[in-house]
Design a protein around this ligand. Structure first.
Ligand code: HPA
Length: 247
């Protein structure tokens, strides 16, 4: 018996291209399809998690929302890798910077993803797992970002289970942004580690790239227009990377 449609994706393997871009927000999946893809077809809309497959400069590519957080991206990326034959998933999201070297609107590319989540416990490992991206995807992505003249940083992300942290009364050293920042972590987001673990387990490829929407140390923020334009740059970076991966 085929394992599709799944409870969360009402499609067949033929509906998806080998590379799927995953923004968190379903409306952004629609935005990419409307503005960057030719002949885009809606291939999933279960729970409003819009998925589209179309063509970018002649390359067949899919875009589907991940929702927010590790449980959500964990479900969608698991099903895409294991039941729909997808080879590469590229998260395109936003992150809060915790490194002074990083400015809002910069792009952070997760070579690794630390986490405060218990996601890895399902694998029963006799130690801790280091979630890392696909080197092949990272290489193509950084080459492309350099060609495009984008400001980007490659390093560790923190995939956090919480957006709001109860830090009342905590000494500064224990505040998550300070503690992880001390270890050179660039920025906090909420999905990369689960995506990287699912890719590792499935023998597939994943990469998380994020635009920095806010700075948790300096308090610098982006305007809605800045967020929109920097998201557009990242989308083009992801689409060009997807196209090169097909060669
Ligand atoms: N925390 C987690 N995820 C985020 C943040 C944050 O501060 N900013 C953008 N995505």
């Amino acid at each position: 018996m085929a394992n599709y449609p799944t409870p969360h994706i009402d499609a067949t393997p033929d509906d998806f291209a080998p590379t799927v871009l995953m923004p968190g927000d379903p409306l952004r999946a629609g935005f990419i399809a409307d503005n960057f893809l030719q002949n885009a077809k809606l291939v999933n809309n279960v729970r409003g998690i819009q998925g589209y497959t179309g063509f970018y400069e002649g390359c067949r590519v899919s875009v589907m929302a991940s929702g927010m957080g590790m449980p959500s991206i964990g479900i969608y990326s698991y099903e895409l890798f294991n039941f729909f034959g997808v080879d590469n998933i590229m998260r395109i999201g936003s992150a809060g910077a915790i490194s002074e070297k990083i400015r809002v609107r910069d792009i952070v590319i997760g070579m690794g993803a630390c986490t405060n989540s218990d996601y890895a416990s399902q694998y029963h490992l006799p130690g801790s797992f280091a979630p890392i991206c696909s080197y092949g995807m990272l290489k193509v992505c950084t080459e492309t970002a350099s060609e495009m003249g984008l400001r980007y940083h490659v390093g560790n992300l923190l995939s956090s289970d919480t957006f709001y942290n109860d830090v009342e009364g905590l000494p500064e050293a224990f505040i998550p942004s300070k503690a992880w920042g001390k270890m050179g972590v660039m920025a906090i987001e909420m999905e990369a580690a689960a995506l990287y673990m699912n890719a590792a387990r499935a023998g597939k490829n994943a990469l998380a790239i994020c635009t920095v929407s806010d700075h948790l140390i300096t308090g610098e923020e982006t305007t809605a227009e800045e967020r929109r334009s920097s998201f557009t740059d990242m989308m083009e970076l992801a689409l060009k990377t997807a196209k090169k991966l097909e060669k």
